[in-house]
Write a protein that binds this ligand. Structure first.
Ligand SMILES: NC(=O)c1ccc[n+]([C@@H]2O[C@H](COP(=O)([O-])OP(=O)(O)OC[C@H]3O[C@@H](n4cnc5c(N)ncnc54)[C@H](O)[C@@H]3O)[C@@H](O)[C@H]2O)c1
Length: 427
């Protein structure tokens, strides 16, 4: 039963890249939603129907919800208790101690402690270390005497949607729910039943493990081709040819392509396993491989050109992955820092991110090295290659771990790449 003071169906605490699309999607399905964030600029943007970050279809969704009047906003976490369901979508970084940093969740929990009432549910949508949901339930039982699963409901319902695909995947990606006690799973399933995605009930710790291992799998999957790329350089072998040899007509799986593997989730979720791992160091090694790709690219350029000081180096891409404006934990920034420590003259172009960058032409004009740090669609366009061939220095080195133009070389001279360009029709 909903508490008597209830004025919304669901509150969402933390209107970030996970929380805002979720809050909007609930409202779009007809629920009365209260969105909570302590960032005044973010609240202003949402109030004015401006998406604070790019999400495919997000603007239209926000406009629709704005017109419906079903989303209210607040800066106070305690207001969340006006709804029957409270979903926490706060950030959960990791400390450099290889340990989850749950200060935001602890702070929200303490704010909510005095205002929660029987009949409400508290749902952790944030990614958390195994055991966190039981900790939250235990904390509420200890300090308020709730019987979790009977009079207050606590569950982990992890977000596994990739940024940029939210609107498409919220109705298709199975929704995992790990409820504490007898009835939490069932109560929380009523909320997520607003979406068409199948609901899979499990225990809280299995939900936590499933989420973090979804990301650990991706992070490790990309570390393998990245390590292979470095091995290939050592043996003067071509990583793309070796990958083709591995994958071609092989019936038992295959290896991914190399690239700069990072982002706010992959770079920290492994730590939630590593903090009490049975094989300490294994996932740290995965992280070290991915983290060393920028240095590998820099050193590869140095091996071919000598010192990089005073050379103009164009870095294409600041976002952590293709076609997003999200720069958080992007390895492009690390690459730039390393290049600047070589006293190179670094210029950057990225058509998506909020950080101001120069135009493609300006970045490439006279560049002696072009590094493709992010495989944005715009860069994969042959026109970008044509611009490099026309405007970069004659002997420009192009560093492209993504194989954007099918050249199948991590390090290639612009003159070699130019041969790949389609010849204009004659006459
Ligand atoms: N970004 C993704 O693609 C993604 C995907 C799956 C899961 N996750 C997980 O979801 C969680 C949220 O990630 P995110 O990328 O949306 O984070 P985010 O940093 O974009 O969003 C967090 C929001 O919470 C707000 N906030 C912080 N402290 C607050 C407080 N005390 N009170 C009210 N608001 C507060 C911030 O202003 C921000 O808007 C994390 O656990 C993350 O690991 C993220």
């Amino acid at each position: 039963m909903a508490p008597s003071q209830s004025t919304a169906d669901v509150s969402v605490i933390g209107l970030g890249r996970v929380g805002l699309p979720l809050a909007l999607s609930f409202a779009d399905r007809g629920l009365e939603v209260l969105g909570i964030d302590n960032d005044a600029a973010r609240l202003d943007a949402v109030r004015e129907a401006r998406m604070p970050f790019a999400e495919t279809g997000g603007e239209e969704l926000l406009e629709r919800v704005h017109a419906s009047g079903r989303l209210s906003l607040s800066a106070r976490v305690t207001d969340a208790a006006r709804a029957r369901h409270i979903v926490i979508t706060l950030g959960t970084p990791s400390f450099s101690h290889i340990e989850i940093d749950m200060r935001d969740i602890r702070s929200a929990l303490d704010d909510l402690l005095g205002v929660l009432a029987p009949g409400q549910s508290l749902i952790l949508r944030s990614t958390v270390a195994p055991g966190t949901t039981e900790f939250v339930a235990g904390y509420l039982a200890k300090h308020r005497g709730f019987e979790i699963g009977e009079d207050l409901f606590v569950a982990h319902a992890p977000e596994r949607i990739a940024a940029g695909r939210f609107i498409e995947e919220i109705d298709t990606l199975p929704c995992i729910i790990g409820g504490v006690g007898a009835r939490s799973g069932e109560v929380v399933a009523e909320l997520f039943g607003a979406f068409a995605a199948p609901i899979v009930q499990t225990s809280p710790v299995q939900a936590e493990l499933a989420k973090i291992w979804t990301n650990i799998l991706r992070y490790s999957n990309f570390a393998l081709p990245n390590l292979l790329m470095m091995d290939c350089e050592r043996y003067s072998a071509n990583v793309f040819e070796v990958i083709d040899l591995i994958n071609r007509d092989y019936p038992r799986g295959g290896i991914a392509q190399p690239g700069l593997t990072a982002g706010t989730c992959l770079r920290k979720d492994f730590a939630f396993s590593e903090e009490r791992s049975a094989a300490p160091g294994m996932l740290l090694a995965v992280s070290r491989v991915n983290e060393s790709v920028p240095l590998f690219l820099l050193e590869g350029a140095k091996r071919r050109l000598g010192a990089l000081s005073d050379r103009k180096i164009a870095v294409l891409g600041l976002a952590f992955k293709a076609d997003t404006d999200d720069e958080r934990d992007s390895l492009a920034h690390k690459l730039i820092r390393l290049l600047e420590r070589e006293l190179a003259d670094v210029v950057v172009h990225d058509p998506h991110v909020p950080t101001p960058t120069v135009s493609l032409a300006e970045a490439i004009d006279g560049a002696e090295v072009v590094v493709v740090a992010t495989n944005h669609s715009e860069f994969r366009d042959p026109l970008t290659l044509a611009t490099i061939a026309e405007r970069a220095a004659a002997d420009c080195l192009v560093v492209d771990p993504w194989n954007c133009w099918g050249a199948a070389q991590v390090f290639a001279y612009a003159s070699e790449l130019a041969l790949l360009m389609p010849t204009p029709p004659s006459g």
